[in-house]
Design a protein around this ligand. Sequence first.
Ligand SMILES: [Mn+2]
Length: 359
Amino acid sequence: MESSLNCFIQIKNAQRIAIITHKNADTDALASSISLKRIIKDNFEKPEKKYVVDIFTDSIEFNKKDDYIIQNDEFNKQTCDNYDLAIALDCTNRDRMGIYDKIFKKATDTLNIDHHSTNDRFAKNNIIASNCSSTSEIIFILFIQINKLKCSAGTMSVIYSGIITDTNNLSQNMGPKTFDVINILNKLTAKEGIELEQVRNYYFKSNTKEQNALLAHALSSLVYSDDGKIAIMKIEKEDFEKTNTTMNDTLGIVDYAINTQGVEIGIIFINQGDDTYHVSLRSKNNINVGIIAQQMGGGGHTKIAAFQTKQSDNFKYIRTKLIDICEKEIIKTSDLEDGDLTNLFSDMFAEDQKNDDNK
Ligand SMILES: [Mn+2]
């Protein structure tokens, strides 16, 4: 993070700050925005210098579960004509800011903090840490761990929410430091009587009966392609109506596709109703679905990516094009056999041998 020092200067030099996160904000987007706002307020403000920090996201509604982290924070209330500093959080490119790109464009200074490797580096200062699980993790490492700024236990539990949801309960997208960060967060919050395990249960062990019904619809749509290497699911508008669920209830369903033996790419098409399909991709064996999603106009990480398509009339065409790109990507990465651990174990023992030799 070579530009991390500059970001402190940027915040110190500003007084009116706009934090802009992406369209249809997920937990990491909201958690990183809210925690950064609180960190700025708690650490940079002085009696003679009050900060204005407004958060913007082009979202119609939030995931109900995120009410817990949002609490009393206000969104999309523009209190300045022109901000001294606009901070984009968790946005791969400017398009991700939706209608609030106009605020970013007008701001005197700009900062971009993100963990997506496909980030466009569109700001004056870009802190792109693609080895972090989430933007919330970057906020923690940069402001709390490295620079020792003050942070309440409540704010740390918000940061934790961003990390556990972006890693799907610490199962994917983990960075080399993520477990350390989780351990530190657990210790620091326990001192204040906050049990982070409860936050984890709240997000991951609380499916509703309606969500189970939606999952049943999605599973019955499951089909396989490319000799069972690609698994595709589909949720239609009617499935939401029949099960009394919304887009928010689809989180984690695509994992059933990728968690299947022999499957290397899991895909779910979700018809949001407004002639838009939201398409989520998951992978294993080092297949980079971020590259696949990029070719379809979206983006993401190696193992998690997504794109949207407006042409639901032409669903078959999009599906064929996507499968074609997936097949090419599978061929490109076909050097690792699914479930073949022989080489992995022999490498581990070789490493042990070396360590013994050094003793
Ligand atoms: Mn994120």
